[in-house]
Design a binder for this molecule. Structure first.
Ligand code: ADP
Ligand code: ASP
Ligand code: MG
Length: 405
């Protein structure tokens, strides 16, 4: 008997009709005789609404309490999905992340999975149930409820697929696969039939929110092959797996635009050893993830540097608090934050063996009159920070130049 893990995102469980639809699809697999574990997100908009409610009370709510609050979103949908399955005559039982044995560290709102002990999942499956697990949440060893970062239900599904040694892992969403760019921004984007973990990792890191970054890291580490597909039709989706030789033929696999970043610039940082370590350690201690970093040193009798870095927008307030405190202590002249930025990236394993890709990207941006603020590269990715208002036009131009010829 095969074990199948299916994850349904927020839109796919966005109302009771959609939940019934999910139940009908699950029933089809169950009737084939497979054991099915279903991971669900909160209904679309619910997590955002809960965050908004907390922020109406205070700008920086306590993160333990945020986890307590946010975990309720998924708890609604597991029960509703179980009820929908039962109404079709299918035996089903729901489990919270904690009940499913998902143990995490204690970094509230961004907890990492430490291990999974899925005894209860196995017990319920063996008793003939479809098991529905709340995505995005877990519990520390001490019993504190945690969440796994936005989009974290993807991680729940992939980690469960690994722990259960599932035969199939399917991520159902509102698009029928991974496209060469976000189809909402680039209508001419094409579906990719197969993509390597590394490419998917870079695309996720570059803001293609179709898969959560950490879920792809986990899939690569434990070699979980998964398919991204639509909950609204039966079209074949995108298979995410180990790199194959044929993948290298394509130079640029996809284009991503991340509108969820903010830039912080520190002007007049005393230029002495240990300063960067101090700044980024303070941010790390507050669990702020830093993406791009740029430093310019001004020579002189008392050299100083200007340091810019990017963070996720929801972390900006926390980052500012940390940096403002440090600025006083070490004598940083000025701290400026800019939320009007977008990070545009091109990704492809074929870039390893092709030259001139960056030059072409910068040329296309110049032709569109788009100024480049920051640049960073990896072996298979080039990212630039540009003005947010130019983000979508630039994404379409880059897509045309690299993927529509
Ligand atoms: P879910 O709620 O199912 O987890 P998400 O909203 O997190 O769904 O992710 C799906 C969305 O990701 C799509 O609606 C699409 O707009 C966006 N997206 C961004 N980049 C891509 C891409 N390269 N391919 C497909 N979808 C993408
Ligand atoms: N509900 C959570 C979020 O909106 C987790 C998820 O959807 O994957 O981020
Ligand atoms: Mg998602």
């Amino acid at each position: 008997m095969a074990i199948i893990v299916q994850k349904y995102g927020g839109t796919s469980v966005g109302n009771t009709e959609r939940i019934r639809n999910v139940a009908r699809r699950v029933a089809r697999y169950r009737e084939q005789g497979d054991q099915v574990v279903v991971v669900v997100s909160a209904m679309s908009g619910v997590t955002d609404t809960l965050i908004k409610l907390a922020k109406e009370i205070t700008a920086l709510p306590d993160e333990r309490e945020m986890d307590m609050l946010l975990a309720t979103g998924e708890q609604q949908t597991i029960a509703l999905t179980a009820i929908a399955l039962q109404s079709l005559g299918i035996q089903a039982a729901s489990l919270t992340g904690a009940q499913a044995g998902i143990v995490t560290d204690g970094v509230h709102t961004k907890a990492k999975i430490q291990n999974i002990a899925p005894h209860e999942v196995h017990r319920l499956l063996d008793a003939g149930n479809v098991v529905i697990v709340a995505g995005f949440q877990g519990q520390t060893e001490e019993g504190q409820i945690t969440t796994l970062g936005r989009g974290g239900s993807d991680l729940t599904a992939i980690a469960l697929a690994a722990a259960l040694k599932a035969d199939l892992c399917q991520i159902y969403t509102d698009v029928d696969g991974v496209y060469t760019a976000d189809p909402r921004i680039v209508p001419s984007a094409k579906k990719i039939s197969e993509i390597a973990y590394d490419e998917m990792l870079e695309m996720a890191g570059a803001g293609s929110k179709v898969m959560q970054l950490r879920s792809v890291e986990f899939a690569k580490k434990f070699n979980v092959v998964f398919e991204v597909r639509s909950s609204l039709n039966d079209n074949p989706g995108t298979l995410v797996k180990e790199e194959t030789r044929s993948m290298e033929g394509v130079v640029v696999r996809g284009v991503s635009l991340d509108k969820n970043q903010a830039k912080v610039t520190l002007f007049g940082v005393p230029d002495r050893p240990g300063m960067a370590a101090r700044i980024f350690k303070a941010l790390a201690n507050s669990a702020v993830n830093v993406d791009m970093i740029i430093q310019n040193v001004h020579a002189g009798s008392q050299p100083t540097s200007d340091l810019s870095f990017t963070v996720d927008k929801p972390d900006l307030l926390k980052a500012r608090k940390v940096i403002d405190a440090l600025a006083q202590e070490v004598g940083i002249r000025e701290v400026v934050a800019d939320e009007n930025i977008g990070k545009l990236s091109i990704v492809g394993v074929g870039m390893k063996s092709h030259s001139g890709v960056a030059a072409k990207m910068f040329e296309v941006l110049a032709e569109e009159g788009v100024n480049i603020d920051m640049i960073s590269t990896s072996e298979i990715k080039i990212s630039v920070v540009i003005e947010l208002s130019k983000g979508e036009i630039a994404t379409r131009a880059i897509h045309r130049a690299f993927l529509e010829c």
